[in-house]
Design a binder for this molecule. Structure first.
Ligand code: MN
Ligand code: MG
Length: 450
């Protein structure tokens, strides 16, 4: 594509006028604007669709985030697109693939198909990638047209983390070209390394025990990052599927982004896992981060919400330094796909990207067929609107089902007839899932009247 730039820094062509990023406008010879794009915690949300409520929504979907990509790429001379993990589990499409269709060798997972369509440059493993077991995971990621890295999921522990054998490569060096402000192209080597909370060993013990182990995030970084530099990376990007937590490093910490950003040799940190937005009010006033500057422990950092709600952007002005590059100025932004008005009404800011929808249209339809199957009838409304403050029917029915299930298992054994306690928690009750994130099943009699 040829871009025609007028004197005010606007790109002419197409229906919209796009503002070229100031770094691309200002870059001189020996300076290059590199834009890093992040998605995180997609959780199989490709379509802007709530499969539980069986309706379209404007707050989720990689197809929506994707439609930002074209403009975002057009605003910058050079860009890379990275994903930060938790792509494989988290909505009924994920469950449909895992529990109904299956993921035999050679099959394609729809979220990987969608990511391939968008041309991701690399991704890392989130904790939820392990929810369906290692075989499912490895068969799914084998379809990826991009490298997937993780430095702290270990198949064979070494004497030091540097000698570990890892489940997937700990890092990758992307050989790319950048165009500088004088229009000259240069080679650039971009190191990308990934991390996951070591708590996967508790959360998915039944899938992982005896097969893999997890290292501390910061220890793994300290071992591998110097090697990425030795192998000639000009810049190093950490894909931290680990949120922004305590400032001081503690062995085995879940949310290690701040001490991780402090590891020498890491230039930029992409975070996630917490399903929050950085920079933004979620992290206002927190120690170790600067919301105005968009820095985490002094390094440019971003967290792009969840389910495709935002595209994370880190703009770097790279400065030629001998025959390498170093990071000069940086700007950070989390760009949303929708806005919520004063009246709480939601307005979509982008349309869906057709190519992404088309890439998984079949699996979307199969998921709709899956969720539309009747599993039972209720005469009473089942909703979770007050689940956090009062007895709640949506939680009670789960608890009743658990009790019933265990009773069947104990029948005919020595434990038959023992009292059974059942605990259930209101997971789907607003909170970080947002004000739409509730269970609301109307009685069949109500439904038939409308
Ligand atoms: Mn997640
Ligand atoms: Mg996570």
């Amino acid at each position: 594509m040829t871009l025609i730039l007028n004197r005010r820094g606007f790109l002419a062509g197409g229906s919209a006028m796009l503002a070229l990023h100031p770094f691309s406008v200002r870059a001189q010879g020996g300076q290059a604007h590199l834009r890093i794009m992040e998605t995180t915690d997609i959780h199989v949300h490709v379509y802007p669709y709530d499969y539980y409520a069986d309706k379209e929504i404007d707050t989720v979907g990689l197809a929506r985030t994707a439609s930002l990509i074209e403009d975002i790429r057009a605003e910058a001379t050079n860009s890379v697109l990275l994903d930060n993990g938790d792509f494989l589990q988290g909505n009924p499409m994920g469950d449909y693939i895992a529990y109904e269709r299956g993921m035999p060798e050679g099959a394609m997972h729809p979220v990987i198909e969608a990511m391939n369509t968008l041309g991701f440059d690399a991704s890392t493993l989130g904790n939820h990638e392990f929810n369906y077991g290692l075989e499912f995971l490895m068969n799914s990621v084998s379809g990826a047209a991009f490298p997937i890295v993780s430095a702290n999921v270990v198949t064979k522990m070494g004497a030091t983390p540097a000698e570990d054998e890892t489940l997937v490569p700990p890092y990758v060096i992307l050989d790319r070209e950048v165009t500088d402000g004088a229009g000259k192209t240069h080679a650039i080597r971009i190191g990308v390394i990934g991390f996951v909370p070591p708590q996967i060993m508790n959360w998915d013990r039944k899938h992982l025990e005896g097969k893999v182990e997890a290292r501390d995030i910061v220890r793994a970084a300290q071992a591998h990052v110097p090697r990425i530099r030795e192998e000639g990376a000009d810049i190093v990007i950490a894909l931290s599927h680990s949120g922004i937590g305590a400032v001081e490093h503690e062995e085995g910490m879940e949310n290690a982004a701040i001490p991780l950003a402090g590891v020498e040799g890491i230039d930029v940190i992409l975070t996630g896992h917490s399903h929050l937005v950085f920079p933004g009010p979620d992290y206002e006033g927190r120690e170790g981060v600067d919301v105005a500057a968009g820095t985490i422990n002094g390094k440019p950092g971003v967290m792009a919400g969840f389910w495709g709600s935002h595209m994370g952007l880190i703009d770097l002005m790279l400065e030629r330094d001998g025959d390498s590059w170093r990071v000069g100025e940086a700007q950070v932004e989390a760009r949303p796909i929708y806005e919520r008005g004063e009246d709480r009404a939601i307005t979509a800011l982008v349309e869906s990207e057709e190519a992404v929808l088309e890439s998984v249209a079949q699996e979307h339809q199969e998921t709709l067929d899956y969720v539309r199957r009747a599993v039972g009838k209720t005469d009473a409304p089942l909703h979770s609107y007050f689940a956090l403050v009062a007895d709640d029917p949506s939680v009670q029915i789960v608890s009743n089902a658990q009790t019933w299930y265990i009773e069947q298992m104990l029948a005919g054994t020595e434990h038959e007839g023992l009292p059974i306690l059942s605990a259930a928690a209101p997971f789907k009750a607003g909170g970080r899932g947002g004000p739409e994130y509730y269970t609301d099943v109307r009685p069949a009699t109500w439904r038939s009247r409308t």
